[in-house]
Write a protein that binds this ligand. Sequence first.
Ligand SMILES: C[S@@+](CC[C@H](N)C(=O)[O-])C[C@H]1O[C@@H](n2cnc3c(N)ncnc32)[C@H](O)[C@@H]1O
Length: 243
Amino acid sequence: MALIRLKSRREEFEWQAKQPDQHMMAGRSVELTAAVNLAIKEAISVSLGSRLLDLGCGDGSLLELLAPQIAQGLGVVPTVIQVNRLRETHGQLANVSFAVGAADHVDALEGTFDVIVCNSVFHYLSNADEAFAALLEMRRLLAPGGLAFVGEVASQKEIRQSHSPVTYVAFLVRNGRMRDAAYIVRQVVLAAAGCRDYVWLSPFEDLCLTQDEMTTLARHAGFTDVLISPTPRYSTRFDYQLR
Ligand SMILES: C[S@@+](CC[C@H](N)C(=O)[O-])C[C@H]1O[C@@H](n2cnc3c(N)ncnc32)[C@H](O)[C@@H]1O
């Protein structure tokens, strides 16, 4: 079996967590995720006392990178299978833990975190109501003076592999995302050659929020300071620093 069509987001996350390469859990190559992590590290500032929440933590590599520089880190993902895999791969990090949760529900007291990162997650949410609920949850969890970094928020319709890998690659090329396009092409070629059991065919479209929509939602959720910057390697996504 080389090409798989997944039926739900949940199935997509669980399938990723079962792959031999743990970095699949971030949905991109390890090199790209490492570059993303460095960009996030530069954008946020952590200190030895920081309590960090990585909401939708993928392969857990951001927490691994920042663990020596923070007091505590929590990674949250939607399924038990993901949490188990993360515990397996990052069990040696004494100040980092993992839990099942969702962008709009994390089992923690209000004001628990100094920094919250929620990167490349918002496009998975169903609609603007769920995005608003996620922003409210982040506001609740953030300690006074804390920072929420909501990264890679899609602001232009993104065509997913669901339609066809060809249209998706064309979309990526049109938007200057050559490395992402090369990554997808590589996955398809490997799958077609039978070397890898992979092409992620998700039947869902991404949620895309304009900068105005995101800003309005963030302000209604209680964030008074909204700083927007283009996501470094994307022409179609933006990062938000919310205080
Ligand atoms: C593309 S990966 C990004 C991972 C990581 N944040 C990064 O930037 O490398 C998306 C992550 O969000 C998680 N996710 C998707 N929907 C979510 C939701 N509603 N609540 C919390 N996490 C979610 C996925 O399980 C996955 O770990």
